[in-house]
Design a protein around this ligand. Structure first.
Ligand code: SUG
Length: 439
């Protein structure tokens, strides 16, 4: 059975801004308060999708969420009409306003964990939205994520949707950013990487920054999805303390290829050995030594947050332009491309607006492995075409502010504009009413 990987990219939302909300994410922490450029941000995302689609890869779009999330503010005691609520929260708690306004749902690698039907007990594609409980501004994403995924993958004979895991610290789940499906012609494995074991306080854990994914959560996802070929391994706590807040900042895999830093896991050597034993012939792991690239360099360039795409011409790497500008990161890529290296071509892409918040090319997409028949059942309105691209570009230019600074978040016209933009988008994508404000 041939499996096609659909790239479901999050559209950057009109409230894209830099609020320094993600402790442990170096880019987010260091760009706090900077002016953002939402229109440029969404257009950069569209450029990336257009390039990926030009490789013959299946591409689709995931709409942004309704922000600011006024229902969050009301649930915390702010009362009155929208304008009054926004003015009060701006005055009393501007950080909360930024949390309610974040466009973080653009990083769809964290939207959910997805399992192909061939590895699921029910033989349907499995979706579980991540609870993202570690960060308040992300913990409000799952309800709208779930609604959108159910709408896009609606046919219950092919797709099965679960509720997010309970949002307790024991079950912190960050979705596909910590999950990689590897397979050779004969074997497959689902690699789940966790940051801590919540119920074992004596287990190794980071000292400075939070471990967002727990082993308990990874195991629960594997159980829910009915996966019997799962492999669990722990992230290196020192890497988390150096800014590797998700595994996809230090490793990327696709099919039979795994590109990984030597300090990615608590025990990288034994992890790779175990994967090689499971996957057999054909598995290729490229382990990058710290001598070639330190963990902080991996974090600042986001080399491992490249998209690794299987195309008819071999594996193509879509890497952030920060890699191109960094001689040591560039040298690592050059080695992968040379001779019988695992990559046939690299393409550098400018997604700087997302990068400044710690989101590279791979963060911006959720991989959905589908059979041909399942692909045909995806909501057609979100699937990439030249016509859709043109409409989305015109839509972005019409609705997105050119720039935003922290004080702009209190402007009620931003909230109104976001809803008008989402209404226009759901019409354009033929999604019907999907957001609570449309019910
Ligand atoms: O969760 N940044 C996101 C970046 C997510 C990247 N995703 C993956 N690695 N898969 C996060 O930390 C920053 C928002 C701000 O500071 O305004 C933010 O949420």
């Amino acid at each position: 059975m041939t499996i096609t990987e659909l790239q479901l990219d999050g559209l950057v939302g009109p409230t894209h801004n830099y609020a320094g909300l993600s402790v442990g994410n170096v880019a987010s922490m260091s760009n706090e308060g900077n002016v953002s450029f939402p229109r440029a941000a969404v257009l950069q995302g569209l450029d990336k999708m257009a390039f990926v689609a030009s490789l013959g890869i299946q591409q689709a779009v995931m709409p942004p969420q309704d922000r600011p999330e006024l229902s969050l503010l009301r649930s915390l005691g702010f009362q009155g009409d929208d304008e009054t609520v926004l003015a009060a929260v701006h005055q009393e708690d501007p950080v909360l306003l930024a949390q309610a306004s974040s466009a973080a749902s653009m990083w769809t690698a964290n939207a959910a964990t997805v399992t192909p039907s061939c590895d699921a007990a029910t033989r349907r594609v499995q979706f579980t939205p991540a609870n993202l409980r570690d960060k308040l501004h992300r913990s409000i994403e799952p309800p709208q994520t779930g609604m959108l995924l159910r709408r896009i993958f609606a046919d219950a004979s092919f797709f099965e949707h679960h509720l997010p895991l309970i949002a307790a610290s024991q079950y912190g789940d960050e979705g596909a950013a910590n999950h990689t499906w590897l397979h050779t012609t004969s074997h497959g494995v689902h690699l789940f990487v966790y940051g801590s074991v919540a119920r074992d306080p004596s287990s190794p854990s980071p000292q400075r920054f939070p471990a967002r994914q727990t082993r308990e959560a990874s195991q629960a996802i594997a159980r829910l999805h009915g996966i019997d070929n799962a492999f669990f391994t722990q992230q290196n706590p020192d890497a988390i303390d150096a800014g590797v807040f998700h595994n996809d900042v230090i490793a990327v895999g696709s099919g039979s290829v795994l590109l990984v830093h030597e300090h990615a896991f608590l025990n990288t050597k034994s992890t790779i050995q175990a994967l090689a034993e499971i996957l057999g012939d054909g598995f290729a792991a490229c382990v990058v030594p710290a001598e070639a690239l330190t963990v902080p360099e991996a974090v600042s360039t986001y080399l491992f947050n490249s998209q690794l795409l299987q195309t008819p011409e071999g594996h193509v790497l879509v890497a952030p332009s920060q890699v191109e500008a960094h001689p040591r990161a560039r040298a690592v890529v050059d080695e992968w491309v040379q001779g019988d290296g695992p990559i046939s071509r690299v393409h550098f892409i400018d997604v700087r607006e997302s990068m400044y918040n710690g989101g590279g090319p791979a963060c911006l997409r959720l991989r959905v492995p589908l059979t041909r028949t399942e692909l045909e059942a995806v909501h057609p309105g979100v699937r990439w075409s030249e016509a859709l691209e043109a409409s989305l570009r015109a839509w972005a230019v019409r609705w997105y502010p050119e720039s935003l600074s922290p004080d702009d978040l209190a402007d009620p016209s931003l909230a109104r504009g976001n809803r008008d933009a989402l209404q226009a988008l759901t019409d354009l994508l033929d999604l019907g009413p999907v957001y609570p404000f449309q019910q």
